[in-house]
Design a protein around this ligand. Structure first.
Ligand code: NAD
Length: 456
């Protein structure tokens, strides 16, 4: 049944209908109006799944995607144009250009933490680039999953955008092992990312992997501590820390550690009050499995503030922990929750040693007032993307490519980068027939000197 549906997508793509500019534009407009029609349903479902406020939902989910849609609608025509490029001496008087061609039938797999944004934002790029799409949401954000199904099925026939629900470990292998996609775009954990990569490799299907990891945040001795605390707390405790680019841990220069702790304590109180479980601004943990994993980190920890939990409400207080050792469980895996370990350092080398235990983080943040230190840090750590004196906001600028490297992923997207991810760059050389010198044809003997002059 599923395979028949996938074959229908292939037939639909082969019909050529999705390639036309006006078709693509029309579909993007339809998607936008369907999202806006279901705006309230999305507020309700994201509250049910993660206790997100409408404001947070607009910034990180709905509005985020609407902004991507608007940018794509505005620029799509330009992005689709063939790119004329130079032709080298060897090939003159040929001309050369790069055509942007849709990939075909692509699979987009989403996680549960930003269930709407992380499934629908790549869809914008895939539609803009002229593909047929299979969407596989996470089964763990079930309320949002149900709304997204409506949003998609209200406006798209299944032979164009197919919405596939269910247990990822069953339904994804069923599709990937029996059907050859032209691209797989996966967002989720590194563990599952490896499974996806292996299945794709069997059929040589190209992938984009948007994975996680331990993203470090460095607070230097010359940082504006008040601003650093606000910005770190805002990102780390938004969505209760269930954010791929949240600072996983903070490396704070020992000379400013006490000031930083005091600023963080004040800021968290300002943001969420004495009872964050009752705060309009504070989310819940997605499910019991994640709750149990996260509370496990707290059992032997030296808690500076926070630490209260309630399994019934899936609540974990914003928590700062001190004297963390790199051998502690909390420093082994990505935390992905509202628990922030603090590690102090004296020298940059010391801090680099800690960072080096988890190479290629998705994000990296440095707080400093010195340009020299900023450049030094940016050049010393290999990471996907990041910020100076800020945390996570780089991902909201669609002019920047968003993605990891190595363990945190491969490929990138957002804005034009999404269009490029879902397009093939077809290289074309056109050679006039009026000029066809015999010099390049056999016999070649005696032409080496000339070839050395032309090819250099
Ligand atoms: P996950 O790996 O559990 O699930 C993601 C998707 O994979 C879901 O749709 C699920 O159905 C599917 N899946 C699960 N098991 C599978 C299997 N065995 N075979 C095939 N598919 C399977 O990830 P998650 O827990 O939903 O998300 C959390 C992780 O995602 C964190 O590590 C986080 O850092 C990362 N993440 C990365 C980004 C990014 O943009 N780089 C964004 C959000 C989350």
């Amino acid at each position: 049944m599923l395979l028949t549906s996938l074959q229908r997508l292939r037939d639909h793509f082969n019909s050529g209908i999705t390639k036309d500019y006006s078709f693509r534009k029309e579909q993007l407009k339809k998607l936008k109006s369907s999202i806006l029609k279901h705006e309230q349903d999305l507020y309700d479902s994201l509250y049910a799944d993660l206790k997100k406020s409408p404001e947070e939902t607009w910034v990180a989910e709905t509005g985020f995607v609407i902004s991507e849609l608007n940018a794509t609608l505005k620029n799509l025509h330009l992005w689709m144009q063939p790119e004329n490029v130079e032709t080298n001496l060897l090939n003159l008087p040929s001309s050369s250009k790069v055509l942007k061609e849709p990939l075909g039938v692509v699979l987009i797999i989403g996680p549960w933490n930003y269930p709407f944004q992380l499934l629908i934002n790549p869809l914008v790029g895939a539609i803009g680039a002229g593909n047929c799409v299979v969407l596989k949401p996470s089964e763990f954000a079930s309320a949002t999953d149900a709304v997204m199904k409506k949003i998609i099925e209200d406006v798209f026939p299944p032979e164009y955008v197919l919405y596939v629900q269910g247990d990822g470990s069953t339904v994804i292998p069923e599709m990937m092992n029996n059907f050859t996609f032209d691209h797989v775009f996966y967002t989720g954990s590194t563990v599952v990312g490896k499974i996806i990569y292996k299945m794709a490799a069997e059929k040589l299907v190209p992938v984009t992997l948007e994975l996680g990891g331990k993203s470090p945040c460095v607070v230097e001795d010359d940082a504006n501590i008040k601003v650093a605390a606000r910005r770190i707390a805002m990102t780390k405790f938004s969505n209760a820390g269930q954010m791929c680019v949240a600072p996983d841990y903070v490396l704070v220069h020992e000379s400013v550690k006490e000031r930083f702790i005091s600023a963080m304590t004040g800021v968290v109180k300002d943001f969420f009050g004495d009872k964050p479980e009752q705060s309009y601004n504070y989310s819940k943990i997605i499910n019991e499995k994640q709750f149990d994993r996260l509370t496990g980190y707290l059992s032997n920890a030296k808690i500076i503030f926070g630490g209260r939990t309630d399994r019934q409400q899936l609540f974990i207080e914003p928590t700062l922990i001190d004297n963390v050792n790199t051998n502690d469980a909390v420093m082994k895996d990505e935390i992905f929750g509202p628990v922030l370990p603090l590690i102090s350092f004296k020298t940059k080398e010391e801090a680099l040693k800690v960072i080096g235990q988890h190479p290629n983080p998705l994000a990296f943040y440095v707080f400093t007032s010195s340009n020299a230190k900023e450049n030094d840090w940016l050049n010393s750590v290999a990471f996907g993307g990041g910020c100076v004196n800020n945390a996570s906001w780089h991902l909201t600028n669609h002019h920047l490519p968003f993605g990891g490297r190595g363990f945190s992923g491969t490929g990138n997207y957002h804005g034009k980068y999404s269009f490029d991810t879902f397009s093939h760059k077809k290289a074309i050389m056109k050679t006039p027939t009026w000029f066809d010198p015999s010099i390049k044809y056999p016999p070649l003997k005696g032409k080496l000197k000339l070839f050395k002059w032309v090819i250099r």
